[in-house]
Design a binder for this molecule. Sequence first.
Ligand SMILES: *Cc1c(COP(=O)(O)O)cnc(C)c1O
Length: 390
Amino acid sequence: MSGESGYLPQHKGFATAAIHAFQEPEQWESLAVVTPMVSSTTFKQYGPANFKKYEYGRSGNPSREVLEKCLATLDNGKYGLCWSSGLGATTGVASLFTAGDHIICGDDVYGGTNRLFRQVCSKFGLEITFVNEKEIEKNIKPNTKLIWIESLTNPTLKVMDIKATAELAHKHNVLLAVDSTFVTPYFQHPLDFGADLVIHSITKYINGHSDVIMGATITNNKEIYDKLKFLQNSMGIIPAPFDCYQVTRSLKTLALRMQQHMKNSIQVAKFLEKHPKVARVVHPGLPSHPQHDIFKRQSSGCSGIMSFYLKNATLEQSRTFLSALKIFTLAESLGGYESLAELPSVMTHASVPEDQRKVLKITDDLIRLSVGLEDIEDLISDLQQALEKI
Ligand SMILES: *Cc1c(COP(=O)(O)O)cnc(C)c1O
């Protein structure tokens, strides 16, 4: 079903595809220009087991199918599937494997991914090893089936070389999955660099309005797609039709939003780089980022996610700074139109063991920002006044 007709070559431009791909009004009898939200859980059959296209809302839904096909197109992929959350997508991918299989995972992936692999998948007999990007190859074993990386990690914004990792994976007959949530299909297509699977937390930039939790998987591999489609239905990890409608709507402005997130975050980064109370700014779009070259090679731009270290700040001073912000909201998550700030060591990454946090440099003076779409002057003056309170 979803994705069967694959990539639509007439939608070459990203914004055009986001607005039109698989959304032709002619597919609906009403000629509705906006993809309808179909909430029906069941569909009438012509005769027993003789149905037009859909039979039951878990196995297929028109609003979901449009979104899945459009998302696949935006990622230069053939087959897309939507899941009830980003972690739901990860659960589906992990369920491709059986007890005794081995997964290699980046050591600083999203905390929820770490928790799912470590505390849930391990119960079902999957063996997981968390490694630094330099140690992937030497951890590959005969039972290794999957390498899982994030194209841009969090909150230290390490850039992974997708092409090199894909070559290494395929040399050993292992699949590569790339969580591309932070970079988005607007700036990067991991499938073009050899990844077998792309995972998105749609909750973040793709929806971008902080009002839907959803995930997606995109692949060009028909066999993987068929297996995932089976799992999506069998495990019941599906998003609601209304949420699919909301995300399809959000896609219409994804290109515009990403351009503005990038502009704003680079200006914020440049402001912070010059500020005397800031020790170091981490932003993949700046030449000062240690892997800026790899980033430029595989991404056409950067989102609004960035981090910085306050100069010699204690936990108390970091708290003072964050509490003084007025436009940036002190909250977890990222990727919405609103600017957010947080302290990873006690918020998003508190569950990472302290010694591991030290290795990853997630210290009490590290602030993470999700730079939103507000006016840049307001964002900078907000940061300025909060820095003065330290
Ligand atoms: C948020 C996030 C997830 C999990 O997505 P949910 O939609 O919250 O389940 C996975 N990976 C990354 C990089 C994320 O930021």
